[in-house]
Design a protein around this ligand. Structure first.
Ligand code: FE
Ligand code: FE
Ligand code: ZN
Length: 276
């Protein structure tokens, strides 16, 4: 089985998200550690964090997959943007430690004209400053669609980052189905082939979470526009094959589809039905 859930708002606190996901019928979730467009993060009340941890344990949730801000760019050409990104990363990881054994994923960055090689170096440099031996959080690099100057448009780029990070055992990958498809990996007609490539280049042991999205655009479009499950170019049959793939069992699957609460509840139940 896989764990299934969606993005939730942290506005009402941490335990509240757990309760909401129980209501939705899922058993994992994601939230933005701060406003997705940047800015402040919500203060963590230790009792609230502890209450969520208890709820997660009692209800056998899969790992949480918190999401870093979109404005965090560890490889921007602008130095203060980079420094600001590193500051966000460090503070986010600090806060993640309230939820031991969780995942924190982020978009590796956009090299903004410096070239992929330089971008990879800068991202690794930031990770080398932010990761520490005692941390209990796994930091996930997300597979990207390759729009603009995004790093992470192919498995090789993620591998290169991981190779340059000293504490690489703290790193993993979040496999975004929409992004990977948009990047040019044919998960519809050759899912086994794509996962075999992932295994060869990065290692399936590093695949810690899935962002479970359909796509509005064709394979290789480098667009990154998510679609509801079964309503996009990936389609229901392929999405179902992904959810049931042996290599992905036990992983948290996070819906980032364009939905309101009712839409998410429906998709969570669709996925639960596939697993029956
Ligand atoms: Fe993302
Ligand atoms: Fe994603
Ligand atoms: Zn996306």
């Amino acid at each position: 089985m896989i764990y299934i859930g969606c993005h939730l708002s942290v506005t009402n606190g941490y335990e509240a998200m757990g309760k909401t996901m129980l209501d939705f019928g899922g058993n994992t979730f994601a939230y933005f550690t701060r406003n997705p467009r940047g800015g402040k993060s919500k203060e963590i009340v230790p009792e609230d964090a502890a209450a969520l941890n208890t709820l997660l344990k009692e209800n056998h949730f899969g790992k949480l997959v918190a999401h870093g801000s979109y404005t965090m760019n560890l490889c921007a050409s602008n130095e203060s943007t980079r420094a600001n990104g590193l500051d966000m990363l460090q503070k986010d990881i600090e806060r993640m430690e309230y939820f031991p054994d969780s995942c924190y994923n982020f978009h590796p960055g956009a090299h903004t004209g410096q070239g992929a090689e330089k971008g990879i170096e800068l991202i690794a440099e930031a990770l080398n400053s932010a990761l520490f031996p005692e941390m209990q959080t796994t930091v996930l690099l997300e597979t990207m669609a390759g729009k603009g100057s995004e790093i992470g448009r192919c498995f090789e780029e993620l591998r290169e980052i991981i190779d340059r990070v000293e504490l690489s055992d703290k790193l993993g990958v979040c496999f975004d189905t929409c992004h990977t498809w948009d990047a040019g990996y044919d998960i519809v007609n050759d899912l086994d082939g794509v996962l075999t490539r992932f295994d060869k280049i990065i290692g399936l042991d590093k695949l810690c979470a899935v962002h479970f999205n359909d796509s509005k655009n064709p394979c290789g479009s480098h667009k990154d526009r998510h679609e509801k499950l079964g309503e996009g170019t990936i389609g229901s049959d392929a999405m179902k094959r992904i959810a049931l793939h042996p290599a992905l069992q036990g992983k948290p699957f996070i819906l980032e589809t364009p939905n309101d609460d009712a839409g998410y509840i429906k998709e969570i139940h669709t996925v639960l039905n596939w697993m029956k």
